[in-house]
Design a protein around this ligand. Structure first.
Ligand code: DP6
Length: 326
């Protein structure tokens, strides 16, 4: 009873920040994202009567009880559905550094969900998988379907799932991640979500978001980079304004984040159509069409504080593969 899944991370164009229900991970608003081809997690799960307890490995390293709790609770959900009380061995590896604002919980829980469901031989639709992944980590539900994905806000668990708006071939966009820090973030997004409502800007955001979502969907449909870019920058700034004004405040930016944000705006004045977005971390996601990729990379090469660059195209969603990690 073994299966291996690969799942992409995703970058949100419309952000998920704040929850209606913490335990069910029901979001306060609809979000929209793009799956990333070069930021992914691979996970193998094996359930067996020979296992005396759950063992979770991150690469070669066995995770201690505390850091495996969230994974084990997720395995419990799948054991309950399968009605099988078998312990699991789980080995997982990322193609990118963990906890740096490159959403490792998104790809991680999407891969874990699909691998565990596959290992239990459960028949699940894409919608079922997305709902299950959401219970592990909200943004993980957007890593199940392919390409450009919408996650609907809803009052009920069975109606809050993700679906593909367009597959990965729809638009040759690039997300060039400028990695400025590989340090673990001090406050997890899960904790951050809990205090989102304490920001005076939060309720205002919920009021104007539906109109922004309509415009963003138009930009995706029209493949209009200027329209998309302006909207995603507004979103990223707003997300971080809320983070910085919630109680206690959260500062995920650092000096180099601000430096790149300012440079992107200057590059655009010179005609280079590249836009930024940010998640819960200091690394900057540079969004452009593929024809601008080399020009953006040339610019980034000159910035000594950039540690690494990850170039992503839109990607398919979570999938099973034959090559197991053990
Ligand atoms: C800023 O999905 O990590 O990246 O549901 O608590 O696991 P949990 O939160 P998580 O939150 C992601 C927040 C974000 C924005 C986004 O990806 O939409």
């Amino acid at each position: 009873m073994k299966a291996t899944a690969v799942a992409p991370s995703n970058i949100a164009f419309i952000k998920y920040w704040g929850k209606k229900d913490k335990n069910l991970r029901l979001p306060a608003n609809t979000s929209i994202s793009m799956n990333l081809s070069n930021a992914f997690t691979t996970t193998t799960v094996e359930f067996s009567a020979d296992n005396k307890k759950d063992e979770i490995y991150f690469g070669e390293k066995r995770m201690d009880r505390k850091s495996s709790i969230r994974v084990i609770s997720h395995l419990d959900r799948i054991r309950r559905i399968a009605k099988k009380n078998l312990f699991a061995k789980v080995v997982t590896q990322n193609s990118f550094p963990q906890s740096t604002g490159i959403a490792s919980s998104a790809s991680g829980f999407a891969a874990l969900t699909l691998a565990a469901v596959g290992a239990m031989d459960l028949k699940c639709s894409e919608k079922d998988l997305s709902i299950l992944a959401r219970l592990g980590s909200g943004s993980a539900c957007r890593s199940i379907p392919c390409g450009f994905v919408e996650w609907k806000v809803s009052k009920t668990s069975e109606n809050s799932y993700s679906f593909s708006l367009y597959d990965e071939k729809h638009w040759d966009l690039k997300d060039i991640i400028a990695v400025v820090s590989t340090e673990e973030k001090k406050t997890s997004s899960t904790l951050g979500h809990e205090n989102a409502k304490s920001s005076p800007l939060f309720s205002k955001r919920l009021e104007h978001l539906p109109a922004r979502i309509v415009k963003l969907k138009e930009a995706l449909k029209e493949k209009n980079i200027k329209k998309l870019g302006e909207l995603i920058e507004k979103e990223a700034i707003e997300l971080h304004m809320i983070m910085m004004t919630q109680d206690p405040p959260l500062f995920y930016w650092d000096g180099s984040t601000m430096e790149i944000v300012k440079l992107v705006r200057l590059w655009r004045n010179d005609g280079l159509l590249v836009y930024f977005t940010l998640d819960a971390g200091p690394n900057v996601h540079l969004i452009c069409e593929s024809k601008e990729e080399n020009k953006v990379l040339e610019k980034l090469k000159k910035l000594s504080y950039i540690k690494n660059v990850i170039i992503n195209s839109p990607s398919s969603g979570a999938r099973l593969i034959d090559k197991h990690l053990f």
